[in-house]
Design a protein around this ligand. Structure first.
Ligand code: HEM
Length: 316
């Protein structure tokens, strides 16, 4: 780090410190005097961290966009977009949702045959019980393919391995969950900052894959019942029927809310189709991932600038 950069960094840290102090001082006359000092110090530390985070991003954005040397990324005329999901993953998701929609439409009428809508689905839409159970089996094969495909994707693709690793629940997810609750109850000024996957997305992922194991396992027992004893068949039928209803409700309530009906994304997030997020979407929904990307780009630009200047020095 050259002297100028070092001085600029020291100045920035000083300004952040002064600004935190100014904010706390401005708030002081309005704060309940019985508030413990440690509580205020804790909040002041949080303010410093927020200011540091934002100023770091702002610096990285300026460096990567307006670098003297060729920037790490070309400067697009429109807002930058980032690839969140590659083609392979999007294809898996498409096959999965087509299969699951068909499985729900052909499975639920079997669970609730007394409903008028069930008769309508089986008789009018699918043309009879034989067709509808055949479609259930065809869609089940689609789901099995997705399951095997996904395991292969995790094992053999770099992106699959990385995402699987990032999907593993960690202690900070529990923290983020309580932070979100506190935010919704008005006890925190803002929600938690998420990385590539929030605890909501992790829950979605594991619910789906755990659900798949149960549905495929129990479905195969129902399908090939002659190979299993009656006790196992009965357990499988109960598990299949109840987990099927749970999966249907989880999709309609949890997943549809998060990706369709949530006012922040309504009518839907198009990431399932084109795999892309705009810079502002990435910054808003996954600020820690955005910070990681933009700070890495800044490092790259700085490194190239350094190499260029040492190259120019040795030439002269
Ligand atoms: C999201 C996935 C799935 C849902 C929501 C679903 C739902 C259902 C429901 C509600 C039933 C009726 C159970 C009852 O009688 O109470 C059913 C039956 C059945 N399911 Fe599934 N299922 C799914 C996946 C699968 C899979 C992956 C397979 C096969 C591997 C499968 C095979 C069967 C079979 C064989 C039956 C018995 C009825 C028949 O003869 O078609 N299902 N399913």
């Amino acid at each position: 780090m050259d002297e100028r950069t070092h001085n600029a960094q020291a100045k920035r840290e000083q300004i952040i410190e002064d600004l935190t102090k100014a904010i706390v001082d401005a708030a002081q006359p309005h704060i309940d005097p019985s508030t413990p000092r440690e509580e205020i110090d804790k909040r002041a530390k949080e303010i410093t961290e927020r200011l540091q985070f934002e100023s770091n991003i702002a610096l990285s954005e300026l460096v990567t966009r307006f670098s003297r040397i060729k920037p790490a990324t070309e400067q697009p005329a429109q807002e930058r977009t980032y690839i969140r999901f590659g083609r392979n993953f999007r294809a898996q998701h498409m096959l999965m949702f087509m299969s699951v929609i068909l499985l729900i439409l052909t499975g639920m009428p079997l669970k609730f045959p007394e409903f008028g809508i069930s008769k309508f689905m089986i008789v009018t839409v699918f043309g009879g019980l034989q067709n509808s159970t055949l479609i259930h089996r065809i869609a089940a094969v689609g789901l099995i393919i997705v399951g095997v495909w996904h395991v292969g994707y995790i094992a053999f693709s770099r992106m699959g391995r990385r995402d699987f690793w990032l999907m593993i629940p960690r202690p900070h997810d529990a923290k983020d969950f309580f932070h979100t609750l506190m935010y919704y109850l008005g006890r925190k000024p803002s929600g938690p900052k998420f990385g590539r996957f929030s605890f909501i997305e992790k829950f979605d992922y594991w619910a789906v894959y755990w659900g798949m194991v149960v549905m495929i396992g129990s479905g195969l027992i129902l399908w090939f019942k002659e190979m299993f004893n009656k006790g196992l068949f009965d357990i499988a039928r109960e598990a299949h029927s109840d987990e099927g209803l749970l999966a249907t409700l989880a999709i309609i309530i949890w997943h549809f809310y998060n990706v369709h009906f949530n006012p922040e994304v309504f009518p839907m997030s198009w990431v399932w189709w084109n795999g892309k997020l705009t810079e502002s979407q990435l910054k808003h929904h996954h600020p820690l991932e955005y910070a990681e990307i933009i700070n890495a780009e800044r490092k790259e630009v700085e490194l190239r600038a350094e190499k260029q200047s040492t190259g120019a020095e040795s030439e002269s």
